[in-house]
Design a binder for this molecule. Structure first.
Ligand SMILES: [Zn+2]
Length: 399
């Protein structure tokens, strides 16, 4: 089902994501002076640790974890643990509290996931520390509780990782409204991209593996900033901008995949930061009402997340997918350019020129439903390849 972008953006609330369950028994085990804690989960979820004083307690919070009918009193205690409690820590976090008979600090904490079953296990090691160290660690861990979900620190994304939920694709049909894009022999690029985006969205959702948000679903003008904002608000995994431009020389033929040129992302971040500082986002004719936090989030993401390799892998997968389907590709199928609409570095973003309206052959292909279906299948196959690769890398990182 397709809805308008703002609606879907709301539905993409991470708190509405899949809920993990406890997948076995919580284990406590003393090893010399250390305490080992094992927590089996049905799937990886973002998590964070805390220390609380008086009495000393070790706290583990999980994002969207359902404790089910667990009675923590039935869990066998060992070593320095004197009591165990579970509860709700608010804002979608579930809490496990381990009461300790002495000050201890986390000396190891890691989530591993099983690539085959998708199950996960959080392993913690607590070691005795003195009062002063305990106070320092407690303060340092509390300082990370800044209202922003600590998913940025661990677990990633504030929702189930890629591969454990539908991949969220933002499709961006280029142009629209007062901006028809390229116009050739009565064909408008804005219409071509919208038709293709709608068909691709339907095909993607039909697989059950993808959710799609469109930056526009009618012939309306959408600013470049608003297109990027939609991708961020929806927490897109992939941003695909679809175009079918005309080129002056009239010789350009075939599909082309564009990624943002090296260095351009930094320039975009700087420009956006400057605009934000000047507080003229409203004055620029861009309606970003109520999206100030999003813009702030965008800037934070830019500083924090390096998606360049993921974007390159995406471009490579798309070129491969289109080529494997024997569809017409440009003689330089992967190009880099400073397209503004790609300046969304925290979301892997590519621009696909499906073909060029200035080419008679391309224009005929774009108008042919059969050809479009082939191209849509090729893009879905390419996205499948990319997602599988990212999931494999993600599993490696979680280990
Ligand atoms: Zn265009």
């Amino acid at each position: 089902m397709l809805c308008s972008a703002p609606l879907r953006a709301q539905n993409a609330d991470p708190q509405l994501g899949a809920v993990a369950r406890l997948d076995g028994e919580i284990t406590l085990e003393s090893e010399r002076r250390d305490l080992l804690v094992g927590i089996p989960l049905s799937q990886p979820v973002p998590w964070r640790t805390r220390l609380l004083a008086d009495p000393p307690r070790a706290v583990v919070d999980f994002r969207t974890l359902d404790w089910g009918d667990l009675d923590p009193a039935t869990i066998p205690l060992d070593g320095q643990a004197t009591a165990l409690r579970t509860g709700n820590a608010g804002s979608g976090w579930s809490r496990l509290v381990i009461e300790l008979d002495q000050p201890m600090g986390f000396t190891r904490a890691g989530l591993t996931s099983d690539a085959e079953t998708g199950a996960a296990r959080l392993a913690l090691r607590l070691s005795p520390i003195d009062e002063a160290d305990f106070a320092r660690q407690a303060a340092a861990l509390a300082a990370t509780d800044n209202g922003i979900p600590d998913s940025a620190l661990r677990g990633g994304g504030g929702r189930a990782p890629l591969g454990m939920r539908p991949t969220l694709v933002v499709l961006d049909p280029g142009h629209g409204g007062v901006d028809p894009g390229a116009v050739h022999e009565g064909t408008q690029e804005a219409n071509v991209t919208l038709t293709f985006a709608r068909e691709l969205a339907e095909a993607l959702e039909r697989t059950g593996r993808y959710e799609v948000v469109l930056t526009r679903d009618s012939d309306v003008f959408v600013s470049l900033e608003a297109r990027i904002t939609v991708a961020h608000a929806a927490q897109a995994d992939v941003f695909l901008s679809l175009h079918a431009d005309a080129l002056a020389d009239g010789e350009a033929v075939g599909a082309t995949v564009y990624t943002l040129a090296e260095g351009a992302a930094d320039a975009a971040a700087t420009a956006l930061a400057e605009r934000h500082d000047r507080d003229d986002l409203m004055g620029g004719g861009v309606d970003l009402t109520g999206t100030d936090d999003t813009v702030a989030g965008v800037l934070m993401d830019m500083a924090r997340v390096q998606t360049r390799p993921a974007t390159d892998r995406l471009a490579r997968a798309l070129v491969g997918g289109i080529r494997d389907a024997d569809l017409h590709m440009h003689r330089h199928p992967w190009q880099q350019a400073a397209f503004s609409v790609l300046k969304s570095p925290s979301v892997p973003s590519v621009l696909v020129e499906l073909g060029f309206l200035s080419s008679d052959a391309d224009r005929a292909r774009l108008g042919d439903r059969r050809w479009r279906t082939q191209m849509e299948r090729a893009l879905i196959a390419a996205l499948d390849t990319w997602v599988a690769g990212e999931v494999a890398l993600q599993d490696l990182r979680l280990r």
